[in-house]
Design a protein around this ligand. Structure first.
Ligand code: GLY
Ligand code: MN
Ligand code: MN
Length: 442
């Protein structure tokens, strides 16, 4: 799969004779001498499937003819002592066979080698702005290649951002990638079902957070695709609430936004359910509006439909529901025009999903929304949030926060909900709450 991604990107690079230098992430210090758990950069992973730090991929399209070009992976040498302390390394000898790259070289020689590698190319793909040290070194490489131009060699004149082309490739998921996202979604399903089953009044958000995390990890996922949001009661009105340390109270809702990552491919799911297993009238009223908005938006998702129209379908449904409950005044058109709904619905309805939870790819170009095509994956995640401090509404509505989020694949003739197995209707959610905690799936 990664070799195929490289082949496609090299093919694109060969149309302009552009070389590419794509480093992975750096290890990041967490505190003192401890690092955060390492995660490769998504672009680098997409092109290599290689998860060690201190690595860089160099892609060199064929300048002479229409050959496939060359891939050189720079990585760390084997080092017995470092491996005893910090973990195994693939090493230079094993890398070409294991990863399918044409050549493997020591990362220590990257900056020294690059002027030679890039000689003859006029343009090199390199994303600046992420790491000042790398940017400076790349500037020196360019200067070194330009100096050679006096010898009659074509000068390397520009550094270009690779994101538009590479990110277009990443936007369309191949079957193997869809399988990985399916796997992430299966684990996520298990986690949400387990959370519904285990939650009870008097527990703490952190216990459910731990159960979700445990479910992700015991199934061998690469971890959570983003920080889990486990938000009881009014905490659900904080969109990216991650403290996850409050008591879960009888009569409140619990919003869980959590998705497993499989092989660095994401899932992204939100469910909202009653801590005591039964929605009260106000909670059910809000929940049913969000559910209807979500189902209508999903139903609308198909090839040929614009991405923005999914949001518009959901928004209209939410606004009509809020007006119906007396929480907003005026006609739906007036409310949408004045954006008075943003007190209750401050975000949009979805985003691309893939290696990054908020994945790459254009949403619009030249003012027009993107048209959906098979192979795209995105979330549909409407919500309604009544701030606990909102004095403009009756007290009974305050502190209710509901979001429902699923992951959608556009297929040739419509869509597939990759997370359809997670309880969602009022009846299914109430039945899942307090049910026996499921045994881990083998
Ligand atoms: N979990 C982040 C999001 O739903 O976009
Ligand atoms: Mn989410
Ligand atoms: Mn999302």
């Amino acid at each position: 799969m990664y070799a195929e991604h490289r082949r496609q990107f090299l093919k694109h690079l060969s149309t302009t004779g552009t070389a590419a230098v794509i480093p992975t992430n750096r290890s990041m210090v967490r505190n003192h001498d401890c690092d955060f758990r390492f995660r490769p950069s998504s672009d680098f992973w997409y092109l290599t499937g290689f998860a060690e730090p201190e690595a860089c991929l160099v892609l060199l399209p064929d300048l002479e003819g229409d050959g496939p070009g060359r891939s050189i992976l720079y990585l760390r040498e084997l080092d017995k002592l470092m491996e005893i302390w910090n973990g195994r390394r693939l090493g230079l000898d094993a890398a070409p066979k294991a990863l399918g790259v044409d050549e493997a070289r020591n990362i220590e020689s990257l900056w020294e080698d690059l002027p030679e590698c890039l000689t003859g190319y006029e343009e090199v793909v390199f994303s600046t702005g992420f790491d000042a040290d790398r940017d400076r070194k790349m500037g020196e490489v360019l200067a070194a290649v330009r100096r050679k131009a006096r010898g009659g060699i074509r000068p390397l004149t520009s550094m270009v951002d690779h994101t538009p082309a590479l990110h277009e490739l990443r936007l369309f998921k191949a079957e193997a990638e869809i399988d990985m996202i399916r796997k992430a979604c299966t684990i996520t399903t298990e986690a949400h079902v387990a959370a519904m089953a285990a939650t009870a009044p008097g527990m703490n958000e952190c216990e459910i957070d731990a159960l979700v995390e445990y479910t992700f990890k015991r199934r061998g996922s690469t971890g959570a695709a983003y920080n889990n949001i486990v938000a009881g009661g009014g905490n659900a009105c904080i969109l990216h609430y991650v403290e996850n340390n409050a008591e879960l109270r009888d009569g409140d809702l619990l919003l869980i936004d959590a998705g497993a990552e499989w092989n660095y491919y994401s899932s992204d799911v939100t469910r909202t359910f009653p801590v005591n297993g039964r929605f009260n009238d106000e909670q059910r009223a809000i929940y049913e509006i969000v559910l209807e908005a979500q189902m209508k938006a999903i139903e609308h998702s198909a090839p040929g439909v614009s991405f923005v129209s999914i949001h518009e379908v959901a928004l209209l449904c939410l606004v009509e529901g809020l007006i119906g409950l007396g929480l907003l005044q005026g006609s739906a058109e007036e409310v949408i025009e004045s954006r008075s709904y943003t007190d209750f619905y401050p975000h949009r309805t979805g985003h691309w999903m893939g290696l990054d939870v908020h994945d790459c790819g254009y949403y619009a170009s030249e003012g027009s929304s993107r048209i959906l095509e098979p192979g795209m994956i995105f979330t549909v995640e409407p919500g309604l949030y009544v701030d606990p401090a909102n004095q403009d509404v009756e007290e009974r509505w305050r502190g209710i926060g509901v979001r429902i989020e699923d992951d959608i694949l556009i297929t040739n003739d419509g869509h597939e909900v990759l997370t359809a197995a997670i309880p969602k209707s009022v009846e299914a959610v109430e039945a899942a709450c307090g049910a026996p905690v499921p045994e881990p799936v083998a």
